[in-house]
Design a protein around this ligand. Sequence first.
Ligand code: RB5
Length: 435
Amino acid sequence: MLAGNVPLAIGSDHAGFDLKQRMVQWLRKSGWDVVDFGVDSAESADYPDIAEKVALSVRDGYSEKGILICGTGLGMSIAANKVRGIRAALCHDPFSARQSRLHNDANVLALGSWVMGEELAKNIVEVWLKTGFEGGRHERRVQKISLIEAREAVYQRDVRGDSLKEPEEPLEAKPHAIANAGGHPLKELHEPSKTSQGERRQEPEGEKPGRRHGPDRYGSEQHGLEQYGPEQFGAQQFEQERYGPEGAPLPDLSRIKADLASACEDLLSVADLEPGQILVVGCSTSEIKGEKIGKGSSVEIAGAVLDVLLDVTSKNGLYLAIQGCEHINRSLVVEKEVMKRYGLEEVSVYPVLHAGGALAALAMDRFKNPVTVESIRAHAGIDIGDTLIGMHLRPVAVPVRSQVKKIGHANLVMARTRPKLVGGARAQYRGVREK
Ligand code: RB5
């Protein structure tokens, strides 16, 4: 069998132990670098414990793929699929195994030792490991799975307040001995204070977990202890925000992405940005949908916008700053690295859907190490939906015209910046081009 050059994570509970042992041996003999996450005996064990370890190893890129074995494969697949970014496929035949790679880009394979014999299991694993993802139309569908995860993350945080609550019992911080992987650190398990959604937020004194400061609606200047819980921000409203209110269907997300990508190209072609410089973006997803700013935030639209922005900035070595709404004084979400590099003033506000906006809330979730800062002097900017990004641009801001005038229904305004032209009548200037 063809061996890969990245580790494969494998794990089982007691019911899958025998098959897992034989599988590990066979895979290693075939040249695979296998990281065995246990269990190490046939003593009774709980499958979610092992599923989580293998899934985290794959999610964090320590292993390219994972294999999980329990009695039926069911518990393992259900548990592994709770980890964001994991697409675990339970397969009992080589055809499904192949399809799970071709169409679903499955990154974890779950097997049931009670359901199949060793040879069939090996055959399934072999097919699964050698089949690639077909991409094309399936790419879009897999991306939609990620969007469900992103919406759920924001829902859990902003509606249920889940991520603000400390777990009642901290996750077990017991390092798992890994014989042959040089010790996969399993960072997430060892650092219970850090979640996949970034730094755990410190609750301000006197504030109950799951409750937020913030005004009740846009336009309100109320800054008391207004609370956003399921009571105030009900399921029905959230459904509307996900799918758009009646009569205002979500715009075509692929069109939004294409228009924004082409606008970014126009901006970059004239802005003379250098790696390490900052692009600030303000965006009203409500305006993209054709509603008044702040009245119809959409995590789905924010996902499409953020996909493009992350792609453009990472390809060009730029830093991305996402401006929040007026209710957080237009503070911005940036990577911690940007804050340090540019000496920015950190603020404690945690952007959420209705006090920050969908894009800033999602950035808190999708950035690697997000922090909020009070202000920034960005080198270029994109304003989608009249969000007034000017206060975060370096002087002197110069408008950049693009063929693209709207993203969805929202106005699009872009700017580059240039150094000030100082001096008098005799002054000469270099490197300043009016475009
Ligand atoms: C263990 O008894 C069994 O429930 C487990 O191995 C698995 O089949 C769960 O889905």
